[in-house]
Design a protein around this ligand. Structure first.
Ligand SMILES: Nc1ncnc2c1ncn2[C@@H]1O[C@H](COP(=O)(O)OP(=O)(O)OP(=O)(O)O)[C@@H](O)[C@H]1O
Length: 767
């Protein structure tokens, strides 16, 4: 049915015009306020945040108190293009009023009665759109559960302020809206999905903030997107308790952060901390150290032929990122703790004010919850108080001694010049000692504490690695070769002032235990994306040092390419890190890839015989058949890619990636493509900006990204062997495209793609 024939069309167009008019007025009133404030600012009067005098200001768009006018203006401009995307008609139990709830990315309140004209998608009542079906429904709000009836659920396509389409639906699943959304091409940034959030995604977004949440989701199931929507949701619903700066998202690298950087501002959220684990570690350590390329170990493992060498590196790294390593480090820090306080008492002269034993007790027992440095600060207060208390007594004693001495002199020496000299000396001595006592009261405790050495986390870590304790413990878990590899590689790195990525978590723990965290770290909720590549140790340390923070952890074990350190089983994280208190949810539906592409990816990942492997279920969206073409050389592959790209240019394909296995393979292809005049950007892992539409990228750096079309230049059996790492690297590459996937193989295709029916005659295998 054409939209114009819809019985409510006229009414809907009228409503849209009303809203647009409303927003226009608000916009111009804000502009006026901005001008006034600018004038006031430049003339030095007025408070820039006080915009309450304007009649339109009481109409609130997203009631973030800290919003600046600039932010509000931006929000209105966005809202103007698409003020809402859905409507739910709801009658609350006991009421006769059928409310029309228009739902948008941000709320718009009527300035006269403060009633919402548009409801923010994050508001409790908006849950009716995501979870409710026609008929009896309910939603939860701070006052409890509200029951009622849904009469209508309608979705709108509005673009640039024009109503283009509308659909009446029942459930928000697999509807036309979603299909249209998924059929669209990837621009080179992730986007918001407020209008098509699915039920299982909605539950993750709206899950309780204070219960740690672990999400296992297949490639393309929306984990990254949901992570960002969840932050936006939490910021809106916990705005009284937290500010955006209290939220932190940790992503694998800067390129990825750049790739996701549009989503939160699109959702009207700013100032959320978006960082990598390394950057956060530098902030905690209050020092930037040189870190070996995060992917260097992975690329080494990808390249090494010698199986034993590989085994040693994996064993050593697994240990270095394990709970056992952490326990060993804790044992070492316990030893350090015992020896921090020197075996001296706190004395003034020969008088003991605090015994070593008492100071040690304060350090080890009374303040055992605090970092070493903070314990010393507390102990200093005790010493200072004791010194102050003793001051009068000491001074009185000095006066008494002096008086006795004076009497003695007066009795024994006649009133001569000699007696006067002796008396002056005695008084001087007394005054000198009183001065010393005063000085001691002022500085004694400080000096005592200052003499106690707390080393830097780097020094402690160094001592730890080379300690006998570490050797003894390590050899309980790993063999001698792995231990020696661990020590030798550490020594080699340190000689060039380098640390490994895996050193960061223990260093953070040492910093926390010894010196404590800077007040500047305000994090309260941590969202970790691509968490499958985090180690138990990293998560454990984060959980333990950011004391009362809560967590949302999202990842996909199928994509765990840093398997030598990463998560192998989410249950391990639940028990070791969260004491079994975390919720665990899964996402099986995949939204990115077509059915044809997902089937190939699923076949490949099934080669890992592990119960943890999760098979993705694609949303019903068909695409082109996947083809594997056998060729004889990389040159031929590049020729083929060249021709295909000419074809793709005629179609609606925006972003294209060539995904190799190793960086060296990518470099080679990059050179060949350059010769043919094709401009592709080689991604090496050091980029901070993600702006181009055509890239050549090694699989391990393509994690999290997506493209309209993907070329796998060589999936032959020498490159992709049937081992966990190769299977996962291939899986990651195969799950990046939205619409087209082209696979080439120079010679014999790898075993994982062999299952695909192969038409050798044409050199083409297809599923
Ligand atoms: N409910 C949805 N409606 C529309 N599009 C969606 C929805 N959920 C996910 N998508 C789309 O699916 C694609 C994959 O999402 P996203 O990158 O967040 O998934 P992911 O689970 O993090 O993937 P990967 O693990 O492969 O990195 C994106 O294009 C996203 O916009």
């Amino acid at each position: 049915m054409s939209i114009q024939n819809h019985p409510d069309y006229k009414q809907e167009v009228q409503f849209l015009s009303f809203i647009l008019e409303f927003l226009n007025k608000y916009h111009s009133s804000l502009l006026k306020t901005k001008d006034r404030l600018n004038k006031e600012l430049s003339s030095g009067v007025g408070d820039p945040k006080d915009d309450s005098s304007d009649p339109y200001i009481s109409m609130i768009i997203n009631t973030q108190l800290s919003d600046t006018i600039e932010e509000k203006l931006k929000k209105i401009e966005n809202a103007h293009k698409k003020p809402y995307f859905a409507r739910v008609d709801f009658t609350e139990e006991g009421s006769k009023n059928r409310e029309k709830l228009y739902i948008g990315k941000m709320s718009v309140l009527d300035d006269k009665n403060y009633k919402p004209i548009i409801i923010d998608w994050r508001a409790p009542i908006a849950n009716l759109y995501y979870e409710g079906r026609l008929g009896r429904a309910h939603y939860d709000c701070p006052d409890g559960r509200i029951y009622g009836e849904i009469h209508l659920k309608r979705q709108y396509t509005i673009d640039d302020g024009k109503l283009l389409n509308m659909f009446d639906i029942d459930i928000t699943t697999n509807d036309e809206f979603l299909q249209a959304f998924l059929g669209a091409n990837a621009d080179n940034r992730l986007k918001d999905i407020v209008s098509t959030i699915q039920v299982e995604q909605n539950r993750i977004i709206r899950a309780d903030m204070w219960k740690p949440l672990i999400v296992q989701g297949v490639a393309g199931s929306g984990k990254t997107t949901i992570a960002l929507h969840r932050i936006a949701y939490l910021i809106y619903n916990y705005d009284k308790d937290f500010i955006p700066e209290n939220y932190m998202i940790i992503a694998p690298n800067k390129l990825f952060l750049n790739y996701i950087s549009d989503v939160l501002p699109e959702l009207g959220v700013n100032r959320v901390k978006q960082t990598t684990f390394e950057e956060f570690a530098f902030e905690v350590l209050e020092k930037k150290v040189k870190i070996k390329d995060v992917n260097s170990k992975l690329s080494k493992l990808v390249d090494i032929e010698d199986e034993r060498e590989k085994e040693i590196i994996i064993e050593a790294t697994k240990f270095k990122t394990s709970k056992e390593f952490m326990d060993t480090l804790s044992l070492y820090l316990k030893q350090v703790e015992q020896t921090i306080i020197p075996q001296n008492s706190f004395n003034v002269g020969k008088i003991e004010l605090y015994s070593y034993e008492d100071i040690q007790e304060l350090f080890l027992k009374n303040y055992s919850d605090l970092p070493f440095q903070k314990r010393l600060n507390e102990i200093k207060k005790h010493l200072q108080n004791r010194a102050k208390l003793k001051k009068d007594e000491l001074i009185e004693k000095l006066h008494r001694i002096c008086d006795l001495e004076v009497n003695k002199i007066k009795l024994n020496i006649e009133d001569t010049e000699e007696r006067r000299i002796k008396l002056t000396e005695t008084y001087n001595k007394r005054d000198e000692l009183i001065g010393k006592v005063n000085d001691f009261v002022k500085n004694g405790a400080q000096n005592f504490i200052r003499a106690i050495e707390i080393k830097s986390p780097f020094e402690y870590y160094d001592e730890f690695i080379f300690s006998n304790l570490f050797k003894e413990q390590a050899l309980k878990y790993i063999d001698k070769d792995a231990y020696e590899y661990l020590i030798d590689s550490y020594r080699e790195n340190i000689s060039s002032n380098l640390y490994e990525y895996e050193d960061l978590a223990p260093l953070l723990f040492i910093k926390y235990t010894t010196l404590g965290l800077s007040e500047k770290i305000k994090v309260k909720h941590i969202v970790i994306d691509e968490a499958q590549d985090f180690s138990v140790l990293q998560l454990y340390v984060l959980k333990n040092i950011i004391k009362d923070s809560s967590f949302t952890i999202l990842g996909d074990l199928n994509q765990g390419i840093h398997y030598y350190r990463g998560v192998r089983d989410w249950n391990e994280i639940r028990s070791i890190v969260f004491n079994n208190s975390a919720n665990y949810l899964t996402l099986e539906q995949t939204y990115r890839t077509s059915i044809e592409i997902m089937e190939v990816a699923n076949k490949v990942i099934s080669h890992i015989k592990d119960t943890q492997v999760q098979i993705g279920k694609p949303v019903i969206r068909h695409g082109e058949r996947v083809k594997v073409k056998k060729l004889n050389s990389l040159k031929e592959v590049v020729e083929n890619i060249f021709i295909k790209i000419q074809e793709l240019e005629q179609s609606n394909i925006n972003t294209i990636a060539i995904i190799g296995k190793t960086l060296s393979e990518c470099k080679e292809i990059h050179k060949l493509l350059k010769k043919k005049g094709l401009d592709f950007k080689l991604i090496t892992g050091n980029e901070k900006e993600y702006s181009v539409k055509r890239v050549i990228v090694p699989s391990y750096l393509s994690k999290g990204l997506e493209f309209d079309a993907v070329f796998i230049p060589n999936a032959n059996r020498d490159l992709y062997k049937q081992n966990e790492l190769d299977i996962k690297l291939l899986y990651v590459a195969l799950t990046r495209p939205l619409h087209r996937l082209y696979i080439y193989s120079i010679g014999e295709v790898c075993d994982m793609l062999k299952d695909i029916e192969c038409n050798e005659g044409e050199g083409i295998c297809s599923l």
